[in-house]
Write a protein that binds this ligand. Structure first.
Ligand code: PLP
Ligand code: MN
Length: 373
């Protein structure tokens, strides 16, 4: 039996911000909406398609807004995200490689149920596995050939391997080749803009070699999908036909620590973790209720305090349910502290819902979908 959300009675309350059960994930609605519009405008003005990534926000409410603004479709990272996002009725791109029979059956079932979904493949064995599963359902599936853009995480490593796989897919009665995925994720958090530009130039020429090897089998208007928030400024004038950025909607400390590709980041932090002060018996620190279970980082950044304590205070999760707030400022039990999360996607995955705020008013509570398998 599912319990009601402990803050649901506060929806609509004009002073809800200081009354929440914590730790709570807060989403600033006006900032989110500005980020979504700015992202869409930048991509559209560059003449590209935008297929924002669901993995960042895991929210049907946010994905719906992205589609209303003109997104071509939605990227998903897992089959459970794909299953959740189905109800959007948008064309989904599963950007992660699948490999097992069980995964192939699951994606075939989605396609057979009427979902429009594109898979990525990087190995002939998986293409054949998909083909045989699809024969059982009488369905067909769109695919992109995944290319390794030196992230060394997935993708064909050479133009020759990509062409061999492309030939196999082209000849298949059940697979339809739509284009390629060229995700250079290693660029996203390169701190220096200069370094990122140099890596992007290398990515551009590497991708050209792959496209040349595939030119005889690619459709007339192939999808060339990839990109992240960190490389967005470069991708706007690069070889991708569609961008997969996700974090731009929410932002986080680790992106704010990266030198922006613009004079300033066009996206502002929309996400905060709110915690409550529990204990205050020490001169140089207090204890709050958001410990390790409520924060995730990828590159070692700490939560950044933006409300409730001086900017110089340091927020350190010290155990599962407790964090130390290092400051000489006098705090009291029940005081609210808000921090920007170090890394948005894995932090969001720790929470069941967003508390959607405009100022002090709790506008709504949006569920975070597909956190499991
Ligand atoms: N595409 C793929 C394949 C990814 O793995 C990711 C994120 O890790 C993204 C796009 C979006 O990147 P970001 O959230 O940094 O914009
Ligand atoms: Mn990320």
């Amino acid at each position: 039996m599912s319990r009601p959300h402990p803050n649901s009675h506060l929806i609509g309350d004009l002073q809800a911000r200081s009354a929440l059960a914590t730790p709570a994930l807060i989403l600033d609605l006006p900032v989110l909406e500005a980020n979504l519009s700015t992202g869409m405008r930048l991509v559209k003005d560059a003449g590209k398609a935008f297929r924002p990534h669901f993995k960042a926000h895991k929210s049907l409410d946010i994905a719906r807004r992205q589609l209303e603004l003109g997104a071509t479709g939605i990227c998903v990272a897992t089959l459970s995200e794909a299953e959740a996002a189905c109800e959007l009725g948008a064309e989904l791109l599963l950007t992660s490689i699948i490999s097992t029979d069980a995964q192939c059956k699951r994606i075939a079932a989605l396609a057979a149920s009427g979902a429009t979904i594109i898979a990525v493949v990087d190995h002939p064995d998986v293409a054949l596995r998909l083909e045989s599963v699809l024969q059982g359902t009488c369905g067909a599936l769109d695919v992109l050939i995944d290319l390794d853009m030196r992230r060394a995480r997935s993708g064909c490593a050479t133009p020759k391997a990509a062409a061999e796989l492309g030939n196999l897919v082209s000849a298949s009665p059940t697979l339809r080749l739509r284009g390629v995925q060229a995700y250079a994720g290693q660029l996203s958090h390169m701190t220096s803009c200069k370094e990122r530009s140099a890596a992007h130039a290398e990515f551009t020429s590497r991708l050209a070699a792959f496209k040349f090897a595939l030119s005889h089998i690619l459709p007339d208007d192939p999808i060339v999908s990839g990109g992240s928030t960190g490389s967005m400024n470069l991708d706007l004038s690069g070889p991708l036909t569609e961008l997969q950025c996700g974090s731009y909607a929410l932002m986080d400390v680790e992106y704010l620590n990266v030198e922006p590709g613009w004079t300033a980041w066009p996206f502002k932090p929309a996400l905060r973790v709110q915690s409550s002060v529990l204990s205050t018996h020490w001169d140089a620190h207090a204890i709050t209720d958001a410990g390790d279970k409520w924060f995730a980082d990828k590159y070692g950044a700490a939560p950044r305090i933006v409300l409730g304590a001086p900017e110089t205070a340091v927020f350190e999760p010290i155990s599962d349910e407790h964090a130390r707030l290092v400051t000489e400022a006098k705090l009291h039990p029940g005081d609210r502290i808000e921090c920007l999360p170090p890394h948005c996607d894995p932090t969001i995955n720790l929470f069941a819902a967003y508390h959607v705020f405009a100022g002090e008013q709790l506008r709504d509570i949006w569920p975070i979908e597909a956190r499991g398998l």
